[in-house]
Structure formats: C-alpha cells, structure tokens
Design a protein around this ligand. Structure first.
Ligand code: HEM
Length: 245
C-alpha cells in the first residue's frame, strides 16, 4: 500500500511512473514497427502476423488493456508533473533562464503528446476498428488465403490455406488517401521527437544526465529516434510514391 501511495503521491514516484510507462510504450512502438515492416514482404507475412495476433484472443485483450493503462498513467503523471513544475517556477520567478527552458520543453512535450494521442485515436478507428475511412472499412475488406504457413520462432501459428483478413490491402488502401498518409508522417515525426525528448527526461530521472557516458548515450538515442522515424516514414512514404501496391 505504501508503494502505491509513494508512486502516486510523490513527485519522484510520479517521475518513476512516467519513466516505467514510457519504457513500456517504447517497447510496444518498436515491436509494432518491426511487425508493420512486413508489409514490404510477401502478403503472407503481414496478413499471417495480423491473423496470429487476432487469434490470441484473451491474451491480446490483456495486452491492449495493459497498454491503455500505461497510456492513461503516462498522461496523468505527465500532467501532474507539469502543473507542479509550473507552480514551483511561479515561486522562483527569479530563475528566468531556467524558467524559459523548462517552459519550452514541457510545452513542446505536451503538444507533441496531444498530437500523438489524436493520431492513436484516429489510427485505432482506422485500422483496429476499421470505421474511420470508407475505403478501409473492415466489414468491406477483401479476404486473403494464406499460400504458406506463418511461423513464430519456427512454430507454425497460421496454417497454409487459412482464410485471413487482407490487412496488407487495408494499409495500402488507407494510405491511398494522401491526406491520411501525410498526417501519419507528421504524427510519427512528432512521436519521434517526443521519444527523443522523453529519453532526456528519463536519463534525468535515472541520474544519468551528467554521467561521463551521457554524450554517447545521447548519440545512440538520436540515431535510434531517427531510425524509428525513417522506419515509420517508409510505409506511408512508399504508398505515396506508388512503390507499395
Ligand atoms: C506507418 C505507421 C503504422 C502502420 C502502418 C500501422 C499499422 C497498424 C495496423 C494495420 C493495425 C491493426 C492491426 C490488426 O488489426 O491486425 C495497427 C494497430 C495499432 N497500432 Fe499501428 N501502425 C502504425 C503506426 C503506429 C504508431 C506510431 C502507433 C503508436 C503510437 C501505433 C499504435 C497502434 C495500436 C495501439 C494499435 C492497436 C493494436 C490492437 O489491435 O490492439 N501504430 N497498426
């Protein structure tokens, strides 16, 4: 009980919550990108992968609920920390430079966070529920018959000949609308910046900011965020260029 009170009731506890939920969400977005990049391979790959995920049933729902709780806690802790920081700055208004830096950083995190949240809501409506964009309504999507089996770590999880939803076509049709494709590119760009800045805050919380390998770590994080952006850009970008069909 004390642990819960400390986590939710103290600034350091909320920073820790922010960090832990942030790491969970980063792991998710990396896994999601790796899964999505299968769109560039044979249709068996991404369609089999999506069918496998859907077949997990209750485990998929448990993962969804867990992610949702992490998103909610991340937003809650971030909002409370921002309010606290603003109050603290009000009390120390003489520290002008620090104030300006902190305000720009937290404003920027807040706004990139809002756009990413709006993107996720649209994205869920478009691809998970399948109701946001007429061409990709899930109810009207074509089905696909698996040519071969889909395997995870060598284990067959979807058999050849299985009738699955054609998720690959859904993604390509979705990005057939240029406005949607550009919105995705802007949103994943802002998400990458959010990750870059979030990593800074994480290192600050962990006390690594002034460590002797802090500069090296910063380079690794910057390269990672750039690679993450390029990986995500590749899918709507390829659809816009007509490479993905
Ligand atoms: C180019 C980028 C992306 C593509 C092509 C893409 C594609 C997809 C597809 C096809 C699905 C539905 C899977 C299915 O029903 O089988 C999905 C679900 C989802 N995506 Fe993405 N995605 C992209 C980026 C992102 C990003 C950046 C985030 C998070 C910030 C994200 C979060 C989610 C979530 C939370 C789900 C719901 C998973 C579930 O069904 O439980 N996606 N995505």
């Amino acid at each position: 009980m004390d642990l819960v009170r400390n986590l939710f009731g103290s600034t350091i506890g909320r920073k820790l919550l922010m960090a832990v939920t942030g790491v969970v969400l980063i792991v998710f977005v990396i896994g999601h990108l790796v899964g999505n990049l299968q769109v560039f391979e044979d249709p068996d790959r991404i369609n089999g992968y999506s069918h496998f995920l859907q077949s997990l049933g209750p485990a998929l729902w448990a993962a969804r609920i867990f992610l949702l709780v992490c998103v909610a806690l991340h937003i809650w802790a971030g909002t409370v920390l921002a309010i606290e920081a603003r109050r603290a700055r009000g009390a120390e208004s003489y520290a002008v430079k620090k104030w300006i830096q902190a305000t720009v950083a937290s404003r920027y995190m807040r706004w990139t966070g809002y756009v990413v949240l709006a993107f996720i809501l649209y994205h869920l409506a478009q691809f998970t529920v399948g109701v946001a964009q007429p061409g990709t309504f899930k109810a009207n999507l074509p089905h696909y018959t698996m040519k071969g089996a889909y395997r995870v770590l060598g284990v067959e999880v979807v058999r050849a000949g299985t009738d699955v939803l054609d998720v690959r076509s859904m993604v390509i049709l979705g990005f057939g609308n240029r406005l949607v494709a550009v919105f995705y590119i802007v949103a994943v760009g802002l998400l990458s910046l959010h990750l870059l800045h979030g990593a800074d805050s994480l290192f600050q919380t962990l006390g690594w900011r002034n460590h002797r390998w802090a500069r090296g770590l910063r380079v690794v994080v910057t390269v990672f965020c750039a690679a993450y952006f390029l990986g995500n850009l590749a899918i709507p970008g390829a659809a816009l260029l007509g490479v993905l069909h």
